[in-house]
Every structure is written in C-alpha cells, then in structure tokens.
Write a protein that binds this ligand. Structure first.
Ligand SMILES: [Zn+2]
Length: 465
C-alpha cells in the first residue's frame, strides 16, 4: 500500500492596494512593427515550448528576501504565460551582484525602481515593495521583454469634466463621477500612432495593424481609463461613456482594463490576449537576445535544489530531498523498474527514456499550491507536468529500502502497557530528520514501514531534563 498524499486545490484571491502602475518602459525595445501586424490566429499563440532560465539579483537590504519569495514570482509568471507555451525555469538568486547572466532573464530587485522597468533581459527592474505585493507588475515587465507594448501605446490622456457624469456603484464617496479621464487628441512624443477603436477592416479609420500596441485583438485604449472597482470582491470594469472617444470621434465601447499591459487605477491585471501571445512567440522566434536565454523542456523535470537518494544510506538525501519549483500542476505517478537491466540505470531515469512502467497518481500539487517545501519527488514515482504533456517522465525508483510510512506509539504511563496513543505518519513525516528531536518527553515506539514490505521498530525514551 502506498500512502496517498492528497493535496487540496485552493484559488488564492489577490488583493491590491489602490495604485497606478509606474512602469519605466515606454519605448518598444524590439523590431516594433515586425511581429504580429496581422494575424490573431490562435494556433500561433501555442507551439513548441519556450523555456526561459530566470535568475534574481537582490540589490536592496531593507527587507530580507527568502528563496520562497523568488519561487513565488516564478510560479506567478508560469501561471500567466504557460497558456502560450512560454515557461520559466528558476535558476537561483544572488545578493548584491548586479552582473547579468547572459543566458538568463535577470530580475533585479531594487530599493527604488518606480514599480518596475524593463530595459533589457539583463535588467528587469522591480522595486522590493512591488516584488512582495504586486506580482502582476512583474508579469507586465516580462511582457515588455517578450515584445509586448503598452495597450495604450501612442494614446495620451487628459483629465476633465463630463457633461453627463459617469457612475460607479462601488465608489465610497458617492456613485457619480463628474471628472474623468479622456483620450487626449494631440500628438504624443511617441512615434507610434494612437490606435482607433474601429475593427472594421474596410473602414478608413482602421489602423489596429500598425498603431497602438500593434496587436489587433487588444481593444484601443489610453492610460488609466475610467474604471469602477470593488476592492472586496475583485470586480473591476471599464465605465463606458459616449463622451470618451478616440481621435475619429468613436466612443471606446470596450477597454480591457484587466490587461496585464495596461495601466489601471486598481491593478487587477490578469489578462493577456491570443494576439499578445502570438506577438510574444514571434518575438522570441526572431530575437537572438531572447533565444540565448532559453533552456530545455527537460530542465523543468529537474529539481531546483536537493539530491536524489541513489543508495541505501544517504541521510543527507532525507534532509535535502529533490524539490521542484511551484507554479505547475504536478502529478507524481507510481513507477517501477521494468526489468533487471534497469539496475545499472541512473536515478532518476533519463528524461527521454520512457520504458518504465507507470500506474496511478500517488500525490499531486496544483499550480497555486503554497507550501513549496512539500513539492518533492518521492521514491517510486515519475513526474507529470500537466501544463506540458500527459507523459510522466523521470521515474525515480530506488530499489534500496525506502521508508514510506510509519506510526509513533506513545506509552502514556511511561511503561509498556496498553495505555497508548498512536499517531500515523506518511512518507514525509516518517522521513522527517527532526522526527525524534520533536518528540516530547516520554516513552515511544517508532514503527517504520519500508517499500519492500519489511518493518522496523525502535524504542525511544525521551528525557530532556
Ligand atoms: Zn510598462
């Protein structure tokens, strides 16, 4: 019998303080109109996986960042970008060493950096406060690096009065708003034209192919349009007014105020369009500065820390098991060596070798699972990354004895009699190196069950006085 480690799926609700993004990137950094001037074909938004190495440089000492903080950012990026077959492999962090690694995307956490700025793949700057509280801004800056422009590119705004005030049912100071934000119909210093609302390709006003963000399926907009948001429920939408018009006089019927590449007074930024996915993939396919930072799909099946136990007695492996980065839906399925020939095989099995036997899912984690320390590769399982493929890989089947469960029996009277309290332990619990250290004083029997069906019993008398 195997232990089933059941992992519940939680959907975290993200809350944001009222703020406006302050992004330092206002200029397109790649071939501007080169990519995705026309197609919104969904098929172009997916394809062979692109896997980026990602590395963090901590350049501030106001707060102490832990590895889990960096892993959280990588998990978030994967949650946002995996839909376009764009993946991120966590490669570690360094304190106070700004030297960029030219085979990585380099995220620099600074004491001040506005909120963020995306200069090159060597310097993707994020302020430490943004880093801890506003992960969507990291996805915004990475979007720039992958070739996305602001959805409002080339469209300045102004603040003035409405003739007929707009309303927002969530405004605490009253539902009528007499002042609002309008597209400003005058040339920007930007060299891109303002994008017009119309998507009628025969209209003389149609310019979505070569204006604004150059992506057709993101609606025309300007920075921080009028938004009605409820901070308690997360509802956030564009408030329509027929007075708010583009330079042709056409009202902005739809504005995607949740788009990651927009500015929003309440940055509930969680949307990217297929057209943006196409543009990013085309940018990666054409820019060597990005291709140089790609790694293999295989790397996602390798732990970011820890070691595999490959023999019978390696306590350091129990203390430091192979850990996998959060942000994917992992399923660890039962696997076993299929023949005696596998005895000489490296552990775990090579990525491309799929000749082992597999069975049911033994334990799993969702992409938003938050206890990162739990995401380990246990003996006799192979890894399935749901975002990548159905095929489980990297069977780890150490034929040496492996503790898979156990029981701690406490003798409540301090002598061997029937007055006992028994506590079951799963494989993580029974392999916990601090298992004995954490026992209270008293008399215990620890029973350990091994994969090969044998059992070990050990008596412990804890007396720390
Ligand atoms: Zn930006």
């Amino acid at each position: 019998m195997r232990n089933l480690l059941l992992v519940l799926f939680f959907s975290p609700l993200y809350f944001y303080a009222q703020s406006t993004i302050n992004c330092g990137n206002t200029e397109p950094i790649y071939g501007k109109k080169s990519y995705h001037t026309g197609s919104t074909g969904a098929s172009l938004a997916i394809g062979d996986p692109y896997v980026f190495n990602i590395y963090f440089h901590n350049e501030q000492d106001v707060i102490t960042l832990t590895e889990n903080d960096y892993l959280k950012a990588v998990a978030y990026l994967n949650q946002v970008y995996n839909q376009f077959d764009i993946f991120f492999k966590y490669r570690g962090f360094v304190d106070f060493d700004i030297t960029p690694l030219t085979d990585m995307l380099n995220i620099v956490v600074r004491e001040t950096a506005g909120d963020g700025s995306a200069l090159t793949p060597d310097f993707i700057n994020i302020s430490y406060t943004t880093f801890l509280t506003d992960l969507p801004i990291i996805s915004h800056e990475v979007g720039h690096i992958l070739g996305l422009l602001h959805t409002f590119q080339g469209s300045p705004r102004e603040e003035r009065a409405f003739i007929n005030p707009i309303t927002c049912e969530f405004d605490p100071a009253g539902t009528d708003r007499e002042i609002g934000f309008f597209f400003l119909d005058e040339p920007d210093d930007d060299d891109l034209d303002a994008e017009n609302v119309t998507r009628e390709t025969t209209s003389p006003d149609y310019n979505a192919l070569d204006a604004g963000d150059l992506v057709v399926d993101t609606p025309a907009t300007y920075p921080t349009p009028n938004v009605c948001s409820d901070i308690s429920s997360g509802v956030s939408y564009y408030i329509y007014s027929n007075e708010v018009v583009d330079e042709t006089g056409t009202p902005y019927v739809d504005i995607d105020v949740r788009n990651i590449m927009s500015y929003n007074e309440y940055p509930y930024l969680d949307n990217l369009t297929l057209g943006q996915g196409v543009r990013m993939r085309e940018t990666i396919a054409n820019e060597t500065i990005l291709q140089d930072r790609l790694t293999t799909v295989e790397s996602l099946y390798e732990p970011y820390s820890g070691i595999y136990r490959t023999c019978c007695w390696q306590p350091e492996a129990n203390e430091n098991p192979p850990r996998f980065q959060p942000g994917f839906d992992y399923e660890f399925v039962a696997c076993s060596d299929s023949s005696i020939l596998s005895l000489g095989r490296p552990l775990p099995w090579p990525y491309e070798d799929l000749t082992f036997n597999t069975g049911d899912v033994v334990y799993s984690f969702s992409s938003d699972y938050e206890v990162y320390e739990d995401i380990v590769h246990l003996n006799n399982t192979a890894i399935r990354i749901v975002q990548l493929e159905d095929t489980p890989r990297r069977c780890y089947s150490n034929l040496a004895k492996n503790a898979n469960s156990g029981t701690i029996v406490k003798f409540n009277d301090g002598v061997f009699n029937a007055n006992v309290t028994a506590t079951a332990k799963d494989s993580l619990g029974i392999n916990d190196p601090n298992l004995v250290n954490n026992l209270e004083n008293g008399l215990f029997l620890i029973e350990t069950n091994f994969d090969d069906g044998t059992q070990d019993q050990k008596v412990i008398l804890k007396d720390n006085e």
